[in-house]
Design a protein around this ligand. Structure first.
Ligand SMILES: Nc1ncnc2c1ncn2[C@@H]1O[C@H](COP(=O)(O)OP(=O)(O)OP(=O)(O)O)[C@@H](O)[C@H]1O
Ligand SMILES: [Mg+2]
Length: 487
């Protein structure tokens, strides 16, 4: 009787209304506000939920008493997460925020094109009302950024190639990818420690330089030219850069690109935070038919003048199938298109810097020119440490002195030296002795050759120091070697 009276006195609408009123009064009195971040918003996956989960799983400032541990496939890190109804406190800019993970079973599955998970998952974020603007303005952005960073660090990076030519895969991508697992790091790289530090500092400035690039109105990208003889670690340096920054690598095979517009399409399909590599650039762009161009415009060869364009090697032979041009390549690295996406590094490598078009070398195009030289004494010490576990002071002073005396004149590449060390790595003394012999033998050989190699090196350096002069040299070398005249 009482129940029916209650129902009669308080009809359903009134009950709902009074509940609403109560909760409004409660909300007004409470000094907190709450945000629900559900895993699935309607039928779409909520990016913020995933980001929050990732962020909470690694945030060092978090405290909680019960956490669940996970390790995803291919991941190198263990992450912890929240079980049902667990609370975590995070502190952002001195403001404490409370996270609660809520899991409820999903009732009466409604029809959906996509099967929904059995549980409804969500985070409830509780903050003081006075801190509301802080959360909405920067905390959520901070979470998204951090989550992206964690994702990048945890995941395998990828090495992309355009070996399919311009053809697209089923998802419309021109790049093919494989997981990138090169073990080279700046620690294992044998080169002058000061130069190494300079490069690492430059890379760090680049990744942390978003506001600088914004302020100065520059596109957020950087170019490195690595040059030097084969086996001096140019490819290893690229791998070390990628590992240091956690970037993907796009290895661009220019000979597979048919024309400038394909090149642009490839560029558009690269992601931010990546290194775009063109190896052996001197072999990719054929400069042999620049002679005609230079004849038309003498003295202007150090600026690309928009005249007849150098074609790809073999381009003339196959009926114009390959018509990628130097100007197309420069546009690729420098033009408006190069800014679609940001935080990108371009790396070109070459064995013959003197063969490069000065337009590629002029300042502002390749920001840093890095000469990868023959093995020097400091580099040798790094190799001895890596391959034979010799630390500072482990090796006999006399032997070290002897090594130091011959290593520069021997002009052996780190690749040659590591070969000797690998072969004898079980017997350290034998390895060092054999290395000493090899270095001495090489010194003798170089003396006999009359320092021919040294001259080549000097020529490369000169070419870089003065692009104008380099241009003239290039001109000469083109004139001399132009036996492959255009039809
Ligand atoms: N500076 C270096 N530090 C450590 N290892 C090196 C270095 N240079 C070469 N090596 C070793 O030699 C091998 C060949 O080096 P790498 O492929 O990096 O040379 P490269 O300069 O790219 O040569 P190429 O001009 O022929 O492409 C590497 O696998 C690496 O083990
Ligand atoms: Mg290489």
């Amino acid at each position: 009787f009482c129940q029916s009276l209650l129902h009669a006195v308080f009809p359903a609408e009134l009950r709902v209304a009074s509940l609403k009123l109560l909760s409004r009064v409660f909300n007004l009195c409470s000094s907190y506000c709450y945000y629900d971040i559900t895993e699935i918003d309607g039928v779409n996956t909520n990016e913020l939920y995933n980001a929050a989960q990732l962020y909470l799983s690694t945030s060092a400032s978090i405290t909680g008493s019960r956490l669940s541990l996970t390790r995803a496939t291919n991941s190198t890190a263990v992450t912890f997460g929240l079980s049902n109804s667990d609370n975590l406190v995070d502190v952002f800019l001195g403001v404490p925020v409370l996270w609660e993970h809520v899991i409820t079973p999903r009732q009466n599955q409604t029809f959906s094109w996509r099967p929904l998970p059995e549980d409804k998952r969500g985070f409830t974020l509780r903050i003081k009302k006075k801190d509301k603007s802080l959360v909405l303005d920067s905390y959520l952005d901070h979470i998204m950024d951090k989550a992206n960073e964690i994702r990048r660090k945890n995941q395998d990076r990828f090495l992309y190639t355009n070996s399919r030519g311009g053809s697209l895969d089923s998802r419309g991508h021109p790049w093919e990818s494989v997981p990138f697992k090169h073990p080279s790091t700046f620690e294992t790289l044998a080169m002058d420690p000061l130069k190494k530090e300079e490069i690492m500092a430059d890379l760090n400035d680049f990744v942390n330089g978003q506001s600088f690039y914004q302020k100065t109105g520059r596109a957020w990208k950087r170019g490195y030219l690595l040059y030097g003889p084969p086996g001096t670690g140019k490819s290893s340096m690229i791998a070390a850069m990628a590992n240091h920054l956690g970037y993907d690598i796009y290895d661009l095979e220019l000979t597979e690109v048919h024309n400038n517009s394909d090149l642009r399409k490839l560029l558009m399909k690269t992601s931010s935070k990546s290194i775009i590599v063109i190896e052996d650039i001197d072999c990719s762009i054929n400069l042999t038919n620049r002679k005609k161009n230079a004849g038309d415009a003498p003295g202007r060869n150090h600026h690309y003048d928009g005249g007849p364009l150098p074609e790809m090697r073999g381009g003339g032979d196959d009926g114009g199938g390959n018509s990628i041009t130097l100007s197309g390549l420069l546009n690729f690295t420098d033009g408006l298109w190069s800014c679609c996406g940001s935080e990108r590094i371009f790396v070109f490598t070459t064995n013959h810097v003197e063969k490069l078009d000065p337009a590629l070398l002029r300042s502002g195009r390749m920001d840093m020119h890095i000469f990868m030289s023959y093995c020097s004494f400091p580099s040798l010490k790094i190799l001895l440490k890596n391959y034979l576990a010799y630390g500072e002071g482990d090796l006999d002073e006399m032997v070290l002195k002897e090594l130091g005396e011959v290593v520069d004149d021997a002009q052996m590449t780190p690749a040659d030296i590591s070969e000797v060390l690998i072969k004898n790595r079980r017997d350290k003394d034998k390895a060092v002795n054999e290395l000493l012999e090899a270095l001495k033998a090489r010194v003798e050989k170089n003396r006999a050759n009359g320092g021919l190699m040294r001259e080549e090196e000097e020529q490369e350096k000169r070419a870089l120091e003065s692009p104008k002069q380099g241009g003239d040299e290039l001109q000469e070398s083109c004139n001399k070697s132009d036996d492959n005249k255009p039809n």
